[in-house]
Design a binder for this molecule. Structure first.
Ligand code: CTP
Length: 406
């Protein structure tokens, strides 16, 4: 992709050098555009050595029309985006090459704010950001950590890896535009009493990655999650649940009308038959019962043409067990992972899976980030939507009862 990397004048500009290097390493063609303030923090020579094209700084130098960079870019990313840059962009100003490029482009724009906490929290900055988000700009939010001058707080620019991932997502395919996708994630928690629960080792990272990737590809996404993770995609509607019963209710409410349902959650297989209202003292004798099979219920209620995806975490004979489960569960795709393999499954940021298809065939995805595994799964889903299931894109139903947006 052709990426314009805008750098405005903040101390985090030093991290933009790493962003530039990683973008080039990932195969992108990168043209850095530095503001006058940026060159107080980082040298033009450094970018010149790393980037794919000469550094651009001025509206008045050379023969490049001020709109050309914006028009030819596949993605424009601004890292760091200072409070001043966000204000000028939100106001539609074009008083330097970077803001002119931002105004001239029709490509996706990603901004990565970085500033002191007081500035970040100021309503003026938040208002400007809200205006940009409303116009479709992707924001990679700052993190909390050490800031220039030794202060600690919110406002530190996101890490280069997160920025590069956001650029890839912004410029990636929009092949789920107009589709509605419902994803479950995390390990459910079944109460013994108000303090103790039965749960499992699922982190929820894979399900969250599926939700975020689907949103980046244009889907309207509902994520029903039992995981205490934040969601890095403002367009994802998040429903927080605790138990298998909560998750079943939320999934059954969300699935009708959806084009795709992905059960990535690790639903507890059993729960206490009765949970105590007050804390239990001593060692209780637990009587367990089976939880509802949510996936089976969703398959029973499936809309015509709806693509349903199940997951299976196995430790022995994963493929053989997976093939049996694919048939038994009646799903279109089953994502099988061998959670005993190194770097795979619970709590890792990486995964290796085999995607089994009801129509026959298996796609092996070797050890990759969970986001990359999610993209590989969505490639298969899109294939099914466009070949087997020929529904035209539908819009989200008006009734979103019981779901909360975050
Ligand atoms: N699942 C579900 N409800 C349950 C248990 C599992 O919806 N009560 C879903 C999971 O989200 C997953 C798929 O079913 O998508 C397979 O889960 P898994 O635990 O591997 O299947 P089980 O039917 O519980 O089989 P096993 O006997 O191997 O545990």
């Amino acid at each position: 992709m052709r990426v314009v990397l805008g750098v405005s004048g903040g101390i985090a500009a030093y991290k933009a050098i790493e962003v530039c290097r990683r973008l080039v390493d990932a195969g992108h063609h990168v043209t850095p555009v530095l503001t006058d303030a940026a060159v107080h923090f980082v040298g033009e020579t450094t970018f010149a050595a790393l980037a794919s094209a000469p550094v651009q700084r001025s509206l008045w130098e050379g023969t490049i029309p001020h709109t050309r960079l914006g028009k030819t870019a596949d993605v424009v990313v601004v890292a760091p985006a200072t409070a001043d840059l966000l204000a000028r962009y939100a106001a539609g100003m074009a008083d330097d090459l970077l803001t002119a490029t931002l105004l001239a482009t029709r490509a996706p724009v990603v901004v990565c704010p970085a500033m002191h906490t007081e500035m970040w929290e100021h309503p003026a900055v938040q208002d400007n950001l809200a205006r940009l988000v409303a116009r479709g700009v992707v924001v990679v939010p700052p993190e909390t950590g050490r800031l220039a001058g030794g202060d600690v707080g919110a406002g530190r620019m996101a890490e280069p890896a997160a920025i590069v991932a956001a650029v890839a997502a912004a410029g990636g395919p929009r092949d789920l535009e107009g589709r509605r996708v419902v994803v479950s994630a995390g390990g459910t928690r079944e109460r013994i009493d108000p303090v103790r629960v039965i749960t499992n080792r699922s982190s929820g990272k894979q399900g969250h990655a599926v939700a975020e990737a689907a949103a980046a590809r244009g889907a309207s996404v509902t994520l029903v999650t039992a995981a205490p993770l934040s969601v890095d995609a403002p367009a994802v509607e998040v429903v927080r649940v605790e138990s298998a019963a909560d998750m079943e209710a939320a999934m059954v409410a969300a699935a009708p009308g959806a084009d795709v349902v992905v059960m990535a959650a690790a639903v507890a297989d059993f729960r206490p038959k009765a949970s105590a209202e007050v804390k239990v003292h001593g060692v209780p004798e637990l009587v367990l019962e089976q939880t509802p099979d949510i996936l089976a219920e969703l398959v029973r209620r499936r809309d015509p043409g709806q693509v349903i995806v199940g997951f299976a975490a196995e430790t022995d004979d994963p493929l053989e067990r997976g093939a049996g489960k694919l048939e038994r569960k009646g799903v279109d795709l089953l994502v099988v992972n061998d959670v005993s393999a190194p770097g795979v499954g619970f709590d890792h940021d990486t995964n290796a899976v085999t995607i089994l298809s009801a129509g026959g065939g298996a796609v092996e995805v070797p050890l990759r980030t969970k986001r990359e595994v999610a993209e590989a799964l969505l490639d298969r889903v899109v294939g099914l939507l466009t070949t087997t299931h020929r529904d035209p894109p539908r819009t989200a139903p008006a009734d979103q009862t019981g779901r909360t947006a975050t």
